[in-house]
Write a protein that binds this ligand. Structure first.
Ligand SMILES: [Mg+2]
Length: 349
């Protein structure tokens, strides 16, 4: 296990992803990653090391080419703690792809192309949201995620300032990360006026989202609410999910995320596959699953490596024309740079 530092280009934050190096008997190495992203996602981030020290011995001696069986064994050994499990699960899938000599998206039996549309987010604290969004568009991005969730009228003003700066053709995704009350969300919806806008998780609960639904003319995407198949079915039956954000680590890794994606596709719900942030490793894994999503239901993927000043792994090329392309090598298809990984934190087995 490693924990490299990935400082943001603008100095506003540093990712500290947990990187798992999973070694098979034949010397093949699989790579997995989970990036803790503030405690607003999971208060259990502080416990990731003890969870991995418990799960490592469970997988020792098992065949990594059985990632679904291995995920079930991890769940039988430790209840919950989806985030650290994701790093080991990803390492097993990487080894499985390498063992069969195919890309992850082909292993999932679903390659629908080579690339997926990506976006970068504009943070709540960004001092010049319009100019920054225009820079991203000049780099080729066709979608921008805008964080909202403070004062509804100001949030609507930021959306309109960004719209003015980027022109009419760019998709904007306003993500509140559960921060609005129903009353605040109603105010935002009253104030905002945009033709290419969707709204992600304005409020925390399905009850609140259901209260908003009739007043929301924009596509509604659910992220934090989507933690299980049951949650997807609940959201679908209450007509509050036009789209889902499937975060690999939130769900326990590729194994569980893939099932949620299948359910979304079966229900005709759009899906965004991404992770909590981090490096080329988890972003490449998310790109594979995104590319295995039917095109008509596929939403943008977060380009987390665009934010950071350090390249941790080779294999995932920077976005071109705002699109991320699946790596060419088998499995997840990335290889960390030893100097960027830093010292090994601990080893099991
Ligand atoms: Mg979100």
């Amino acid at each position: 296990m490693y924990q490299p530092e990935l400082p943001f280009r603008d100095g506003s934050y540093t990712y500290h992803p947990v990187v798992a190096e999973v070694e098979a008997d034949n010397g093949m190495i699989g790579w997995g990653e989970m990036c803790p992203l503030s405690e607003s996602y999971d208060g259990a981030f502080a416990g990731w090391e003890s969870v991995l020290r418990t799960l490592g011995p469970v997988l020792l001696g098992e065949d990594p080419r059985n990632p679904i069986r291995n995920a079930n064994m991890m769940d039988a050994s430790v209840r919950g703690h989806t985030y650290p499990k994701s790093a080991l699960d990803m390492g097993c899938w990487d080894l499985t792809g390498q063992a069969f000599g195919v890309s992850l998206c082909e292993l999932f039996g679903g390659r629908t192309g080579e690339s997926v549309e990506a976006f970068v987010h504009v943070g709540l604290e960004h001092p010049g949201p319009g100019a920054y969004a225009a820079t991203l568009v000049s780099e080729g991005y066709r979608s921008i995620q805008v964080k909202i969730g403070r004062i509804p009228e100001r949030d609507a003003e930021r959306i309109s300032a960004i719209r003015k700066a980027v022109g009419d053709s760019i998709e904007l995704v306003a993500d509140a990360n559960c921060a609005y009350s129903v009353a605040d969300a109603r105010r935002f919806l009253y104030e905002v006026d945009d033709r290419k806008l969707s709204i992600e998780q304005p409020c925390a609960t399905l009850d609140e989202l259901a209260a908003l639904r009739a007043h929301c003319p924009y596509p509604l995407v659910l992220d934090e609410s989507i933690v299980s198949i049951t949650a997807v079915l609940d959201a679908h039956s209450r007509h509050v999910a036009d789209g889902l954000t499937i975060k690999l680590a939130k769900l326990g890794g590729l194994t569980r995320a893939r099932v949620i994606l299948d359910v979304a596709v079966a229900l005709g719900i759009q899906a965004r596959v991404e992770d909590m942030g981090g490096s080329e490793i988890s972003t490449a894994a998310a790109v594979h699953l995104a590319v295995a999503t039917p095109q008509r239901l596929r939403l943008q993927t977060t380009d987390a490596p665009r934010r950071v000043a350090v390249q941790l792994a080779k294999g995932l090329a920077p976005a071109v024309d705002g699109r991320l392309t699946t790596p060419r090598a088998a499995g997840v298809g990335v290889e960390p740079h030893a100097d960027a990984l830093g010292p090994r934190l601990f080893q099991i087995g």
